[in-house]
Write a protein that binds this ligand. Sequence first.
Ligand SMILES: [Zn+2]
Length: 161
Amino acid sequence: MPEIYLKIIPTEPGYVPKEEARTKAVALLRKLLPRSEDWNGEVHERLEFIDQGEHLETIICPSCGDRLRLHSQVNGEDILDWWYRVSDEMEETGPEEVRVEMPCCRQQVPAMALTFDGPAGFARFEMNVMNPGLKGDLPSEHLARLEEVVGCRLRLIWAQY
Ligand SMILES: [Zn+2]
């Protein structure tokens, strides 16, 4: 059985809610998704790429809008190899420092400008639950309650490993 994670991060990448708000939010998450196997709230020391695991299919170029499929070649470049290099570099220095050359249009762009299908993101604060047993997305009224507790807009990232 694959492990499914629902990760919840602020839409603003560097935002870290106060400790009290974080504790309350994880407690609320536990109440909203009681069938999950695990409920976490983590603060990363620096910005991290919050990945979607096997749900990564396409990386979208912020410069020309090209959609780079992971298992394809673009202008002779293997996108999977290119992406491994980008993610290694992000892991090494933090994503803010990384600029990448896009295989599609050869433009240099900040790694943090990349967008993904399925969605991923960049954050210092993340909450996550394992195997939440949801059919479909987190209901929007649940998301709104979490946003109220942490004091910022939130984004959902579904990951599978
Ligand atoms: Zn491009």
